[in-house]
Write a protein that binds this ligand. Structure first.
Ligand code: 0L1
Ligand code: MG
Length: 262
């Protein structure tokens, strides 16, 4: 680590305030070029602690930058993880206040809920599938706190991987009833198809993303407890949204998830 605890706490407050006040900031590596990955996760965990101290419940975990295309674009080989909150949750049919965000984008994903503890290292698709209770459609709302969504990997980790909200709905299914890599997704905005994808966009298999999360947490001496809700990562590219947009996401075998921004 290159930053001291006082700086970590100061940056956590700075980035969290940007979220709470919907005010964009410049990426923090501009002022702290020596910030390393450990510092970045320390800032993310400090933001999480600030929220928990105010009574926010951590509703689950998320993986980000899980598609090869997005990793290549960022010039990185490693996906990232973050947390999601109780106040970020929306149900199918929701009217989502666009003013809660700075410049929101949505990504079609699948989420899973686990039924057994998952502990790395050495966690693989098989162990992840055995630990998944069910799969459910989920659309992530990302909202980088950085100006124009311009950041580097360390800055985005500190900013809780742009996590801002998530909409769940559709139909749950047991993982063994699905062929997750070829599970098709169609994302429509205002009646027009804007993105298409299949589960394999997520590290080849969404369960591989769950396994990777367990292995990344193991490096910190942590595990994924049973009953954890996990957003596995974007199947489609992120789509910018604004007030008035109607979103409909069709999932093969898992129903349809609709909501709108007001
Ligand atoms: O969930 C994601 O894949 C987003 C990770 C952070 C990068 C971004 O804001 O696009
Ligand atoms: Mg995502």
């Amino acid at each position: 680590m290159n930053l001291d605890q006082e700086t970590i706490a100061k940056l956590a407050e700075h980035v969290e305030n940007a979220e709470l006040n919907r005010q964009e900031i410049v990426k923090i590596t501009d002022d702290y070029p020596d910030m390393d990955y450990e510092d970045a996760y320390a800032i993310q965990y400090a933001i999480r602690a600030r929220k928990e101290a105010r009574g926010t419940r951590i509703a689950g975990l998320k993986m980000g930058l899980t598609s090869r295309a997005k990793m290549k674009q960022m010039g990185v080989e490693q996906p990232v993880f973050g947390f999601i909150t109780d106040y970020g949750a929306y149900a199918e049919g929701a009217e989502i206040e666009t003013s809660r965000f700075i410049h929101p984008r949505i990504e079609a994903e699948v989420a899973v809920v686990t039924k057994a503890t998952l502990r790395g290292p050495g966690c693989h698709i098989g162990s992840a599938l055995a630990a998944i209770d069910f799969v459910i459609p989920a659309v992530e709302i990302i909202d980088s706190r950085y100006k124009d969504f311009r950041f580097d990997l360390r800055s985005v980790i500190a900013d809780n991987t742009s996590a801002a909200g998530y909409v769940t709905g559709g139909r749950m299914a047991r993982p063994e009833s699905l062929d997750l890599p070829v599970l098709g997704v169609v994302l429509e905005k205002n009646g027009e198809i804007v993105e298409l994808g299949a589960g394999a966009a997520v590290l080849g298999h969404p369960a591989a993303s769950v396994a990777m999360l367990a292995n990344m947490l193991a490096e910190r001496g942590e595990e994924i407890p049973a009953g954890t809700f996990i957003m596995t990562g974007g199947i489609t590219a992120a789509v910018a949204v604004e007030a008035g947009d109607n979103i409909c996401v069709r999932y093969q075998d898992l129903g349809t998830l609709g909501f709108r921004f007001v």
